[in-house]
Each structure stands twice: as structure tokens, then as C-alpha cells.
Design a protein around this ligand. Structure first.
Ligand SMILES: [Zn+2]
Length: 166
């Protein structure tokens, strides 16, 4: 009969040196292996405790029995996958984090959009004015000037220069 306690301690120690959390007690570990403990080993055809996707802790619900070869393949897949994930996260962050220069560039671009919107609005208005025909004539009550409504509102009535002269 093998010294299971020694094997258990060895596996636990190795998990520790690899920085992997160990959630088995000797009893749950022995229970988990069952009779397959006799097939345990790292040689071809022998069984190892393999973590799902080669990630997470060594815990009863995160491990399964796999042949040594299977586990090596899965380990490589897991590594590749985490590399891809890391790159993806990196790209996503690059999209989100903006340098002050980039922010300023965006601000100016936004400003340009606003200005062109205003310009379009102005142009639309002048087109509408032409379609509408001449403005009705109004008379400024302060200086008696007669003119088109738009111009008169801009320079007379409440804004009439004669008000300030008084
Ligand atoms: Zn006036």
C-alpha cells in the first residue's frame, strides 16, 4: 500500500508553489480519487487531477480526472486563451482611455460639428426668408426708422441706439 498521505501532501505543496489555491482536505482528496488513486501519475495513460480549463482552484467541483496527456493539452489551450483574453481587454481599454490631446481633438471635432450645424441652420433660414418674400415693414417707436422686421428687431426697438443716448 502506497503512502497516500505523502502523495496528498506532495500534490498540495506543488499546487502552492504554482500559486494555485488548494481546497481539498486529505479525506476529500482520498474520497475524490477513490480506487483510481492507483492509476494516479504523470506518465502516459496515468490519471491526474485536472482543473477545468486549467484555471481556478483545486477544489472538488473544479477538477476532473484526466490522463496526463489530456491535461498537458488543456493546459496549453488555457494559456493561449488567457493570452487572447488579455489582448482583448488591452484593446478595449485602449479604446476607452484617451489622452488629453485626444480629448482636445475630440472637443474641436465636436465644435466643428456644432458650427457647421449652426451654419446650415443660418443658410436654411435665409433660404426660408427668400421664399417667404420681403419682411413686413415696422417702425421703431424710439427713432421712427422704418425697415424689415428682422433688421429692425436687431438694431431698434429695445436695442435702439437712441435709448442709450437719452
Ligand atoms: Zn430706433
Amino acid at each position: 500500500m502506497k503512502n497516500y498521505k505523502r502523495i496528498y501532501t506532495e500534490q498540495k505543496r506543488r499546487a502552492g508553489t504554482r500559486g494555485i489555491e488548494w481546497q481539498f482536505s486529505f479525506e476529500t482528496w482520498l474520497d475524490w480519487w477513490g480506487p483510481d488513486i492507483e492509476l494516479r501519475g504523470r506518465k502516459k495513460g496515468q490519471l491526474v487531477m485536472a482543473r477545468t480549463g486549467d484555471i481556478g482552484p483545486y477544489s472538488p467541483d473544479n477538477v476532473r480526472k484526466a490522463t496526463a496527456e489530456e491535461n498537458i493539452i488543456e493546459g496549453h489551450l488555457g494559456k493561449n486563451q488567457s493570452e487572447i483574453t488579455k489582448k482583448k481587454i488591452g484593446n478595449a481599454n485602449r479604446g476607452r482611455i484617451q489622452t488629453p490631446a485626444q480629448l482636445e481633438k475630440n472637443r474641436i471635432a465636436q465644435l466643428g460639428k456644432k458650427q457647421s450645424k449652426e451654419t446650415i441652420e443660418k443658410r436654411m433660414k435665409s433660404i426660408r426668408d427668400v421664399i417667404k418674400g420681403p419682411q413686413p415693414k415696422v417702425t421703431c417707436p424710439h427713432c421712427g426708422t422704418i425697415g424689415g422686421n428682422n433688421v429692425m428687431m436687431r438694431h431698434h426697438f429695445n436695442r435702439c441706439k437712441t435709448i442709450y443716448k437719452l
